[in-house]
Design a protein around this ligand. Sequence first.
Ligand code: HMG
Ligand code: MG
Length: 299
Amino acid sequence: RWPKSVSLVEVGPRDGLQNELSTVPTEVKVELIDRLAAAGCKAIEAASFVSPKWVPQMADGDQVLANLGRAPGVKYAALTPNLRGLEAALEAGADEVAVFAAASEAFSSANINCSIVESLERFKPVMEKAKVAGLPVRGYVSCVLGCPYEGRVAPGAVAEVATSLLDMGCYSVSLGDTIGAGTAGSTLVLLETLREAGVPLEKVAVHFHDTYGQALANILVALEEGITVLDTSVSGLGGCPYAPGASGNVATEDVVYMLDGMGINTGVDLDLLLDTSLYISDKLGRPPQSRVARAMLAK
Ligand code: HMG
Ligand code: MG
């Protein structure tokens, strides 16, 4: 019924820190990422090569990648919205990159300043150059269960964008519930729609923000539908600067606690992860956001 193991993609250093009001110092980002690797995270989104005018918090991506410990067997990934971003990621030595599209036109304009079709066109040269360089490319679809500007998003629209990203060569597509509005019900309908549209679910990851507290329930549904790649963020850091009001991603420690309890292997050590959660919360000057970290602290 449930998989024996799942892969976690730790997005805290990118999705989390891109949304902080104050810019986190490079050395703190580096230490956070190194601690996550030591805790057993095997895929870590470490940087974002986007316009520093749009997201100043991510402007030091090259420095972050240059100073990492580079633990063996760990993939350090970066977001690349265009060819310029890909060139910077290659130069900085990212192991993997990600292009990011949306299932809603209004969000696409707000986030990357172009329509969905234009964004897919813009990704083609990124895919070509990444292929030549031998770099795997992940695709994101944002707003899969709701849009901050348009409200409801049709599951069929998500299937179309996911199919386009896979067709152009993304090895996997991550479905972003950018505003955390999804429920177990809408998650099930979405995944069923994707399956019916011919999207291979073994190439699909889920990326739940936890704004409405639904992420763990949605993950359970996703696991039961055969999804084995989950995006999570240490301490529940995160949000998107272009999704007002959206809170952080589901906390890695909450997911690891749940999966440990289900007998599903993640390779992540919960104690080391909790130390990491406390480390970054302390640096950000606030208590950890995750339920598990708060429960453990209260002991
Ligand atoms: P634009 O203004 O349309 O593009 O932005 P442009 O080509 O006219 O460039 C504007 C300026 O940015 C120029 O500088 C470019 O040189 C520079 P200027 O001439 O004004 O000095 N520029 C760059 N600089 C560094 N690296 C680059 C780059 N590209 C252009 N790669 C653009 C288009 C896509 C660049 C912009 O809209 C942008 O950077 N958007 C990124 C927004 C972002 O990072 N959002 C958060 C990540 S997505 C997310 O969080 C969702 C996700 O988690 C899933 C989910 O939860 O749903 C993935
Ligand atoms: Mg996100």
